[in-house]
Design a protein around this ligand. Structure first.
Ligand code: 5GP
Length: 206
């Protein structure tokens, strides 16, 4: 007797992982590490802030002048954009959708305002692929120490980041997942497990 035929999905859409959380929670490191391991592709944002020591244009960010950033807003080139810590940041449209269609998982390390824009986006592909993760610090004391320990900011910038961190923390309930930061190893393990699980979502299968 021959078995009845059925179709098994042979490809899928990519996962769009939107990751937010206050500066100093290690969210960028988490995203970068997963991308460096070849698990996903990092969405390189545009920004008007100055490069930090060691940051490379086109790898960490596309560093743009204020005029160039505004020109791109006017041309409708951004998927989302926001002002964060007094500087502009934004994600270019074409990059995200092209990769999702090709089944490549995309990692977006963006602030809560940008995440709200993505959440509100009516694009069917984006809504199908979207998963939102908020990375929380284990405590406010620990966050202060982690931010201070980075040594990449002057005191005024650090104060602004701490103030903004407190405001950003109010937004975590709007996300799908809350990752409370512990050790680097356990953060990475949980983060990667989440991506692996999301890839199996039925609506992504083709
Ligand atoms: P940093 O200056 O430390 O690299 O990033 C500052 C904040 O800007 C972080 O919370 C980061 O997630 C956010 N950010 C980076 N790129 C983007 C972007 O393209 N859009 C938005 N909305 N936020 C971004």
């Amino acid at each position: 007797m021959s078995s009845p035929a059925f179709q098994v999905p042979s490809s899928r859409l990519g996962v769009l992982m939107v990751v937010s959380g206050p500066s100093g929670t290690g969210k960028t490191t988490l995203c970068r590490k997963l991308c460096d391991a070849g698990e996903a592709i990092f969405s390189i944002s545009c920004t008007t802030r100055a490069p930090r020591t060691g940051e490379v244009d086109g790898k960490d960010y596309f560093f743009l002048s204020e005029d160039e950033f505004v020109r791109r807003i006017e041309q409708g080139e951004f998927f989302e954009h926001a002002e964060v810590h007094g500087r502009r940041y934004g994600t270019l449209k074409s990059f995200v959708k092209d990769n999702l269609m090709r089944g490549v998982d995309v990692m977006m390390d963006i602030d809560v305002q940008g995440a709200a824009q993505v959440r509100a986006c009516l694009d069917e592909l984006v809504q199908q692929c979207l998963v939102q993760v908020f990375v929380l610090p284990p405590s406010s004391e620990e966050l202060g120490q982690r931010l201070f320990g980075r040594g990449t900011e002057n005191q005024a910038a650090l104060d602004l980041r701490l103030t903004n961190a407190i405001a950003e923390m109010e937004h975590w309930p709007a996300y799908d997942y809350a990752l409370v930061s512990g050790t680097r190893e356990s953060d990475y393990e949980r983060f990667k497990s989440l991506l692996v699980a999301q890839r199996m979502r039925c609506e992504l299968q083709r």
